[in-house]
Design a protein around this ligand. Structure first.
Ligand code: SF4
Length: 89
């Protein structure tokens, strides 16, 4: 994440429709790329998790409706779990 993005605070008054989706996706990709490999799950595990999310009714606009996370961020971290009960991954 560049210093400009890191310094920017999240807007608490914006609706999703007012957010720059391309910019948000780029920031998510940059955040994931900047994570230490030690905290990431394997590529196969990441793909498997995202495959489950893709088929899940709780997925909306790239976010999990149960936890509010961008699933691509939540799923890449090895120590994270799906918030659903029972766990989907
Ligand atoms: S994290 Fe779990 S509940 Fe959320 S979208 Fe993915 S599979 Fe569904």
């Amino acid at each position: 994440m560049d210093t400009d993005s890191a310094a920017r605070k999240p807007c608490r008054r914006c609706l999703l429709s007012e957010i720059d989706r391309d910019g948000t996706y780029k920031a998510v990709r940059e955040y994931i790329a900047a994570l230490d490999d030690a905290v990431k799950c394997t590529r196969d595990e990441y793909a498997a998790r995202l495959s489950v999310c893709r088929a899940c009714d709780h997925l909306a606009d790239g976010m999990c409706a149960l936890c509010g996370c961008f699933v691509e961020v939540r799923a890449v971290k090895a120590n994270q779990i799906c918030p659903d009960i029972p766990r989907r991954w």
